[in-house]
Design a protein around this ligand. Structure first.
Ligand SMILES: Cc1cc2nc3c(=O)[nH]c(=O)nc-3n(C[C@H](O)[C@H](O)[C@H](O)COP(=O)(O)O)c2cc1C
Length: 193
């Protein structure tokens, strides 16, 4: 593995986390799913407002619906966690602006915690694609004020992927951003203000 993380279990888990898209039939124990939810809720959130809610799906019919209707979500995992943002849970109006970041931190915690439990995961992006949001709202029974940020499939891996860091020194600046000759950049991308 191209890293020097040995003897550091946290870094090992981060580098070993990979998107797993093939799963065995073995169901995930409820205790393990609950540990993943605990990891999710331990994530940081703006002003600690914790606007995330979670729908755990193990019903084979609902999973089949996700597989069939989400074009990038055709994975055979025995369970999924829909990570949802409910900004109305944030007492502070300023913190409500950050629900995407809050839920992303929670989702990433699920992915990393799963590594330590011998589980594989893949994040399927839902928000901000309106059609995906509509599909997941319908299958998971979410009201209008609750938005699915993403769906995390969870299961025992049926494929192996190497650990890696993807470290790229060209994307790192110290003290101040500077113009460089060699930059990874996609042409004709419109930048947000
Ligand atoms: C916001 C987001 C959306 C993603 N959506 C999908 C998806 O719809 N389907 C999928 O198979 N993988 C999805 N992924 C996983 C990425 O494709 C994957 O993280 C990337 O290719 C890097 O591979 P790795 O996860 O193994 O490091 C998504 C990841 C993120 C963070």
């Amino acid at each position: 593995m191209e890293s020097n993380s040995s003897a550091n279990p946290t870094l090992d888990a981060i580098f070993r986390r990979r998107s797993i898209r093939k799963y065995t039939d073995r169901p995930v124990e409820t205790e393990k799913l609950e540990l993943l939810l605990k990891a999710a809720m331990a994530a940081p959130s703006a002003m600690n407002c914790r606007p995330c809610e979670f729908v755990v799906v193990t019903d084979p019919e609902k999973l089949a619906q996700f597989r069939k209707r989400l074009i990038f979500g055709d994975r055979n995992a025995p369970s999924a966690i829909v990570v949802c943002g409910n900004p109305s849970l944030s007492a502070n109006p300023a913190a409500r602006l950050f629900w995407v970041q809050d839920c992303s931190a929670a989702a990433e915690n699920i992915l990393i915690a799963a590594v330590g439990l011998g589980l594989g995961t893949v994040w399927v992006g839902i928000h901000p694609v309106g059609e995906f949001v509509r599909i997941v709202r319908e299958i998971a029974g979410l009201p209008r004020h609750v938005t699915p940020l993403g769906l995390v499939y969870v299961g025992y891996p049926a494929e192996e992927k190497p650990a890696r860091t993807q470290y790229d020194g060209h994307k790192v600046y110290w003290q101040k951003y500077e113009k460089r000759k060699k930059r990874a950049r996609v042409k004709n991308v419109k930048y947000l203000p």
